[in-house]
Design a protein around this ligand. Structure first.
Ligand code: GDG
Length: 483
């Protein structure tokens, strides 16, 4: 059996050059976090962009970059600044991301972006072709690389190719507005298996294939020439043990060994024994509904003023895509909202919102997950949302309440959480009230079921079931061809 080649836009580490040396920083984000545990397991190679453009890499450092990446089982696709601008900040994040998250009005249909997207997808395909043998299994990830499956298939008709989309696939009515909709579908259909987080995304995709390409679709099989392409849903899990073990260790730490953040959280808990910490963690992205959440928090405090000076909202917003204007506008909006709400409501003893605009180390994430009474996640659209799952996994005594938007893919598997419509402020305020007052036994009963499910369907299970489905599909294909 050959090796597995993972392909995604970003590698599991991001390289930075400082003082003439190279530092590798672990990548943050859903895909990187999930696939890391798969990559560390077996014989695999990860192909992606290093995070540095050609212009940023001095000639003498180029070999060192390759060495640094090889240590992480990775190999890079070289990209110029223009390519990153057109492919990543352009087509991927100004056309596809908003469109697939139902922000039609943000989506820009620029021919220049599309052309660069095609060129860069070809570069990824070429790098795969240089590294792959026919026995290898190719697993391509996400919306930045949707043309790669067919580009690889053109050169290696028999190689096994899987594709997984980490974001929603929108309904046909949204997808049809894309000028290059047929090309995107044809690119994806180079795969043997196409995976989505949920059954709904799968159905939307099949409906677009049927209506735009007129192909024969039977259940979740697509018939194309002499191939059968399987489409299925694989809800992504988390590395459950990693989070529950970290939380367990955290609970056994002596007070003097606790981080500054933890000590500060504890101090506030002691001074307000009936107080509650609400937590939200997201990349600073308009799809995550951060601005709406802040407005909803103000609405809640006005509706239930008894919680003033009692409830604190901790917002960890991780910087993301700050070259894209919509993200700059959002940053400004969130900064202003936090400033206004804190300015209007704060008292000498109480700051309603603690706002961190940065990426925090894993240990601080655990401090936050384990200390906050309620996780409050309100994406307007989200492929899955792993933060919801991570929060539940860290609740070692099974207390804690998860309030989750029904627009997140994870809501399908987390019915025991409190599900809300992120646009319904009245419902959100009442749900916060319910969460704050939920008896401990009820919290534990809900989390017990959730934890069991998350432990069973962890990220390893997710990857294995995708890979075994891909293998089965390949065997089926081979049997069909030999008939
Ligand atoms: C995309 C889709 C889908 C966050 N802040 C820090 C940090 N994180 C880690 C979390 C979590 C991951 O990043 C975020 O994952 P999400 O799933 O919530 O969101 P996206 O980044 O938008 O991911 C999403 C996912 O892909 C997987 O398919 O679920 O729908 O949009 O793991 O823990 N990690 C560290 N510091 C931080 O400050 N160390």
């Amino acid at each position: 059996m050959g090796k597995t080649i993972i392909i995604s836009n970003r590698l599991p580490v991001q390289l930075q050059i400082s003082n003439g040396g190279i530092t590798a920083i672990p990548s943050v984000g859903g895909l990187a976090t999930g696939m890391k545990s798969v990559h560390s397991g077996g014989d695999s190679l990860w192909i992606g962009w290093s995070g540095l453009t050609d212009e940023e890499i001095p000639e003498e450092l180029a070999p060192k970059i390759d060495e640094a990446l090889a240590k992480h089982g990775s190999s890079k696709v070289k990209l110029t600044k223009n390519q990153v601008d057109g492919f990543y900040f352009g087509f991927s994040n100004r056309t596809i991301w908003p469109l697939f998250h139902y922000f039609l009005e943000y989506s820009e249909f620029e021919l220049d972006y599309w052309n660069v997207y095609k060129d860069v997808n070809q570069k990824f395909a070429d790098t795969i072709l240089q590294n792959a043998s026919d026995e290898d299994t190719i697993w391509i990830h996400d919306y930045q690389l949707m043309l790669v499956p067919q580009m690889v298939r053109n050169e290696r008709p028999d190689i096994s190719i899987g594709f997984f989309l980490h974001i929603p696939f929108p309904s046909f009515e949204i997808f049809r507005t894309l000028p290059w909709r047929e090309e995107i579908l044809e690119g994806l259909l180079g795969s043997d298996l196409i995976g989505f987080h949920t059954y709904d995304y799968e159905r939307h995709f099949l409906s677009s294939v049927r209506r735009l390409l007129g192909l024969e679709v039977s259940f979740n099989d697509i018939y194309l020439d002499n191939r059968i392409i399987k489409v299925d849903s694989f809800p992504m899990g988390i590395d459950y043990k990693k989070f529950s073990n970290a939380a367990q260790e955290h609970s056994q730490k002596k007070p003097e060994k606790q981080s500054d953040l933890q000590q500060r959280l504890d101090k506030h808990k002691k001074s307000t024994p009936d107080g509650k910490f609400l937590l939200s963690i997201d990349r600073l992205d308009y799809s995550k509904g951060i601005a709406k959440r802040l407005n909803a928090f103000e609405y809640f405090l006005n509706k239930y003023p008894q919680y003033k000076e009692k409830v604190r909202l901790i917002i960890l917003a991780v910087p993301s895509r700050s070259n894209v204007p919509q993200y700059q506008l959002l940053k400004k909006e969130v900064d202003e909202l936090v400033g206004r709400i804190n300015g209007e409501l704060a008292t000498v003893n109480w700051t309603p919102i603690w706002y961190f605009y940065r990426s925090l180390p894993f240990d601080s994430l655990i401090d936050l997950y384990t200390s906050c009474d309620i996780a409050w996640l309100t994406p307007l659209r989200d492929g899955m949302n792993l933060v919801a799952k991570e929060y539940v996994a860290t609740r070692t005594d099974q207390t804690g309440v998860l309030i989750l938007s029904e627009m997140a893919g994870s809501a399908n598997e987390m019915n025991e959480s409190l599900l809300i419509n992120p646009n319904n402020f009245e419902q959100i305020a009442d749900t916060l009230y319910t969460a704050i007052n939920m008896p401990k036994e009820e919290q534990q009963a809900r989390n017990k079921v959730l934890q069991k499910r998350l432990e069973r369907y962890n990220v390893e299970k997710w990857a294995n079931s995708f890979m075994s489905s891909l293998r089965a599909q390949k065997n089926l294909d081979a049997a069909n061809i030999s008939k």
